[in-house]
Design a binder for this molecule. Structure first.
Ligand code: MG
Ligand code: MG
Length: 246
């Protein structure tokens, strides 16, 4: 699981460093696919329920599952969510982050910071004996007390020999009982956070999810192993040299 997730982390680190105005989302997908070949890993999303690319690239109001395109270029002031997964020697890795393109406005900066912070705080809740709802609760609280909203229709998940396994990990508190967190689980925790309403729409391409009010959305995801000593983030990235240019 660590090796699979470290390949994902390496790909995302490499992509983060080339994010710039003018690059097409297809070029990003191409880089991700090349790196998979180098690492002898299988891109997990390509062909998954018919998804046509290796990488999900979602810009601005796009929440998740954006399809790379030769026609779509990044612009200064955009934010771009990169979601990537592989299988490697029978195990899956899955991680995502949202990256600014050039200079972004302060409200958008806050959206990225709070989304990442909600993930960091959620990871601290990955303790044997806690419940999945402890993750949901801290994400929702962190996001909502900063004036943003969490997407309801998509959730995090367990991961292992399949990309998506139980338990589901909602980013908001649901009624009813919630599974215990057990040693040996690996959890893909992935807050999807909207500036405005949490309502979403599906575009006609059948994949791209956008916010209903067309305001921006951010997405961060890590795979976290549950150990007796607490959480271990398997998809941790090298620290990037700041991608922000001026
Ligand atoms: Mg993902
Ligand atoms: Mg995932």
């Amino acid at each position: 699981m660590l090796e699979a997730n470290q390949i994902v982390a390496d790909v995302l680190f490499s992509l983060e460093r080339v994010i710039d105005a003018g690059i097409t989302t297809h070029e990003l997908d191409h880089i991700a696919e090349d790196l998979c070949v180098k690492h002898k890993a299988i891109p997990a999303f390509k062909g998954y329920r018919g998804f046509p690319a290796c990488l999900c690239v979602s810009i601005n109001e796009e929440v998740v599952h954006g399809i790379p395109s030769r026609k779509r270029k990044l612009n200064n002031g955009d934010i771009v969510s990169l979601d990537f997964g592989v299988s490697y020697q029978g195990f899956f890795g899955d991680s995502a982050l949202t990256v600014p393109v050039g200079i972004i406005d302060s409200g958008t900066r806050k959206l990225l910071d709070i989304t990442e912070k909600s993930l960091d705080l959620a990871i601290e809740q990955v303790q044997v004996g806690n419940r999945i709802a402890d993750i949901s609760k801290i994400v929702q609280k962190t996001v909502e007390e900063n004036g943003f909203s969490v997407v309801r229709q998509f959730v995090g998940h367990g991961i292992g020999r399949s990309l998506h396994e139980g338990p589901e990990i909602p980013n908001f508190v649901q009624r009813g009982s919630s599974p215990r967190i057990v040693e040996g689980m690996v959890l893909a925790i992935e807050p999807m956070v909207n500036t405005g309403t949490y309502d979403i729409q599906l575009l006609k391409d059948g994949w791209t999810v956008v916010t209903a009010d067309k305001k921006k959305s951010a997405h961060f995801e890590h795979c976290v192993a549950v150990t007796a000593n607490g959480p271990t983030v398997l998809s941790v990235r090298k620290k990037s040299i700041s991608p922000v240019k001026n």
